[in-house]
Design a protein around this ligand. Structure first.
Ligand code: NOJ
Length: 767
């Protein structure tokens, strides 16, 4: 009988396998047919185009409303309209709203000779109108489904507003908290960064790009922009091949494997070559080695900047270098439109280079369905009905809660009691409805976030008083302007201190304004800006029962707070639902589960500090001074990568490497651990797995994240968590950029942060 059942199960399993294979084959062959059809259409259109029309497809202009970069002399509306009508523009950015998009699309489709539709790009970075947490915060959720959903919501809203291409995800790995743009990425780790890149690409592009609610994604900034020297914006980058291949490139490769349609290059140079002119990156690696068949857009006027870097003499040379290197589209640079046709006519550039770029661009336009209906993203009813919906607000609230990281919680000061408490809410950001929206949110409206004050007011059975304490700024703050931090006006501090004296618990909301991080916002100090530290210390003198809620777009150095304040909550900039999300966590209606995607330094001098560092030749503390350290600071970070607490507690037992401790380099090594929620309430833990390859032909980091799982557990519940380490996890890129797995000894670590002590070892031997 048993045998009969087993036999039936085997037959069923085999049938299912065959069905799956055949349906996969069917899907693949449908994709092949679609590609062939599109390629034919592209070729046929290309054969009708003049050289000027081809170059026009490689030209992108900024629209007439928002600006996200310096406006060049030629960038006046008269020139733009004239060029649009001639068919010299293939794309526009910063045009939004169905009416506006329709207006420019109509010119391209109805007034030009070939009627080729525009592709409309926009920085949809963490939501369009309804805002999710900033990307760095979302990465702290380690919840790939929630991240994908957040990008999906962004795509639905942006596409409803006429946009069909986002300049996201930013997948730059960065270790330098001084760099303002760390807020836009997924932090310091290439493994987590790759998973998040894939989730975001899937969220934006969906399963079918030709639907009117999916948009093309753009992995940026290719490459190494996150390694700008000293964290200074737009600075030079000088890194070795090992860092390039093992740290910088993996998230881009993950995005390409996930089917990302476009990449954006960047403002930095890499080892002496401005990357916009880098053939090595764009042609050799991206298009040849990785077989990327989408297109590459320059960053804003970065083709011009090849000249300013001192790598090309003039626009003509810059155009030649960029096009030859594989930069397919010129963003607001006016270089291709001015130079490229002549360069081809005089024989300096082969027409095939232009044809290759145009083919790639047209292909994406066909895939988006723009040739079937150029106005498919311009439906005013869709725009009215699908932006800012309750469902979207629920989704961003969900991911906002998941992004919060509980950094410290002594004496169980959190969660707060719901009744009978006098609470003083203090700080310049507590009633701010703008700052929690973060940077890069041009499609949204100012002052639309739920502030923490509003979120706290939902809990009515406590007494709540609010005092600002200090203002963060003198005057207003805006996306394109420098911020002027208040360092002199202390007039409100005494009122805040009085409120604190009277309270059972003080919630202090301090940190950076949403526009103190982002593009052009590098900082040399990373403590609490302005008078906030002074305010914190003044309040602490009268009431030590403080919960510090941080708002920030980058890790901050808060060593004093860590030493003195009993509870610290990392609340980043959480988007439209910020205050509701934080209040739910403070009151325990949501049990926090976020983990840091970036190391928190103790002080600015430790920067760059990251968990996957190299051993050095002298790593160990010695009685003398001749070891790798600072004489005035510890080597350890304030909070390590992967750190985050919960209101539950978790116990790890039975850590096992299965199948002995010696494996062939081709084997998959299975490891497992039992996780138990030993707390009194249900919670979630991000189980993290790290490896160390002890000896490498290229030295390996002391730890490398190679697996993680977000595990929900009821109070008292246990679960066995299993990881499989294959070649992909155990290998690395050598200095020629080749992926290799080397025999030798490995350590493997499992736990709830990158400094976990649970350790096992195994060896890989030659086959
Ligand atoms: C410059 C930024 O570096 C890039 O990320 C952005 O997409 C473009 N401006 C367009 O706004």
């Amino acid at each position: 009988m048993k045998y009969q059942i087993r036999k039936k199960l085997i037959i069923f399993g085999a049938a299912l396998f065959l069905f799956r294979c055949s349906s996969d084959q069917k899907k693949n062959s449908m994709i092949d047919t679609k590609n062939t059809t599109i390629n034919k259409k592209v070729d046929s259109l290309l054969s009708k185009m003049t050289i000027e029309e081809k170059v026009g497809q490689m030209n992108q202009y900024n629209g007439f409303w928002d600006v996200t970069g310096p406006v060049p002399e030629e960038g006046n509306a008269k020139n733009k309209y004239e060029h649009l009508r001639k068919g010299w523009v293939g794309s526009m950015l910063n045009v939004r709203g169905t009416e506006n998009v329709k207006a420019v699309q109509r010119i391209a489709v109805e007034e030009t000779r070939l009627g080729i539709p525009l592709i409309i790009g926009f920085d949809v970075i963490h939501g369009y109108k309804t805002l999710s947490p900033i990307p760095l915060a979302e990465a702290a959720s380690w919840d790939l489904k929630a991240i994908e959903k957040s990008s999906r919501v962004a795509a639905i809203e942006a596409s409803a507003s006429g946009i069909n291409w986002t300049f996201a995800p930013m997948v730059d790995i960065s270790r330098d908290v001084r760099w303002g743009r760390v807020m836009e990425g997924a932090g310091e780790d290439p493994y987590l960064g790759s998973k998040v890149a894939k989730a975001r690409v899937k969220g934006f592009q969906g399963d079918d790009l030709s639907k009117n609610n999916t948009i093309a994604a753009c992995a940026k900034h290719f490459a190494a922009y996150g390694f700008s020297e000293a964290g200074k914006e737009y600075n030079t980058v000088d890194i070795g091949t090992s860092t390039l291949h093992n740290m910088v490139l993996p998230p881009f490769k993950a995005a390409v494997d996930a089917g990302v349609k476009t990449l954006m290059n960047s403002f930095n140079e890499l080892n002496g070559v401005p990357v916009t002119a880098s053939k090595y990156l764009q042609r050799d690696i991206l298009k040849d080695k990785w077989n990327f068949d989408g297109f590459v857009i320059s960053d804003w006027a970065s083709i011009n900047e090849i000249i300013i870097w001192g790598h090309a003499e003039n626009k003509k040379e810059a155009a030649k270098l960029a096009a030859t290197a594989g930069s397919d589209m010129d963003m607001e640079g006016y270089v291709y439109v001015k130079e490229l046709a002549n360069l081809v006519k005089e024989g300096t550039i082969k027409e095939e280079i232009v044809d290759d770029a145009v083919r790639r661009i047209l292909k994406v336009k066909f895939e988006l369905g723009l040739f079937d209906d150029p106005y498919r993203y311009c439906d005013a009813t869709n725009e009215k009905e699908n932006i800012g919906t309750k469902e979207h607000h629920d989704a961003v609230l969900d991911v906002a809660k998941k992004s919060i990281v509980l950094l410290k919680n002594e004496n169980n000061i959190l969660p707060l009691k719901k009744k009978g408490q006098k609470i003083a809410l203090i700080g310049p950001l507590a009633d701010d409805k703008n700052s929690p929206l973060g940077s890069w949110r041009l499609g949204s409206d100012d002052n639309t976030a739920i502030s923490l004050l509003e979120g706290m007011q939902n809990y009515k059975e406590n007494t709540l008083v609010f005092e600002k304490g200090v203002d963060l700024f003198n005057g207003d703050v805006a996306f394109t302007q420098q911020v002027h931090v208040n360092t002199t006006d202390r007039s409100k501090i005494s009122k805040a201190v009085a409120a604190a004296k009277n309270a059972d618990v003080v919630i202090m909301t301090l940190g950076e304004h949403g526009f103190q991080s982002g593009e052009g916002r590098s900082r040399t100090e990373i403590d609490l800006p302005g008078l906030q530290q002074e305010l914190l210390e003044a309040v602490y003198k009268v009431n030590k029962n403080i919960v510090l809620v941080l708002h920030n777009g980058r890790p901050l150095a808060i060593e004093w707070a860590d030493e003195n304040i009993p509870a610290i909550v990392e609340a980043w900039q959480l988007g439209s639902q910020s205050g509701n999300a934080i209040a739910e966590v403070l009151y325990g209606d949501y049990n926090p589960s976020g983990k840091l995607p970036m190391t928190f330094p103790r002080n600015i001098g430790q920067t760059p500090i990251y968990y996957n560092y190299k051993s050095t030749g002298r790593p160990n503390k010695e009685p003398h001074v001749f070891w790798s350290h600072y004489i005035d600071s510890e080597n350890t970070p304030l909070y390590p990568f992967g750190h985050g607490l919960s209101y539950s507690s978790f116990e790890y037992t039975n850590f096992t490497v299965h199948g002995g401790n010696s494996f062939s380099v081709n084997d998959t090594v299975k490891v497992s651990v039992d996780l138990k929620n030993t707390g009194a309430i249900d919670g979630k833990e991000v189980v993290q797995l790290y490896i160390r390859d002890l000896v490498g032909s290229v030295t390996r980091p002391v730890r490398e994240l190679k697996g993680f799982e977000l595990v929900p557990l009821k109070a008292g519940e246990s679960k066995t968590i299993t990881f499989n380490l294959s070649k992909n996890e155990l290998g690395f890129f050598n200095n020629d950029g080749d992926f290799i797995v080397e025999p030798g000894k490995f350590q493997v670590f499992i736990g709830g942060s990158s400094i976990t002590k649970l350790e096992k070892s195994f060896e890989l031997i030659k086959k």
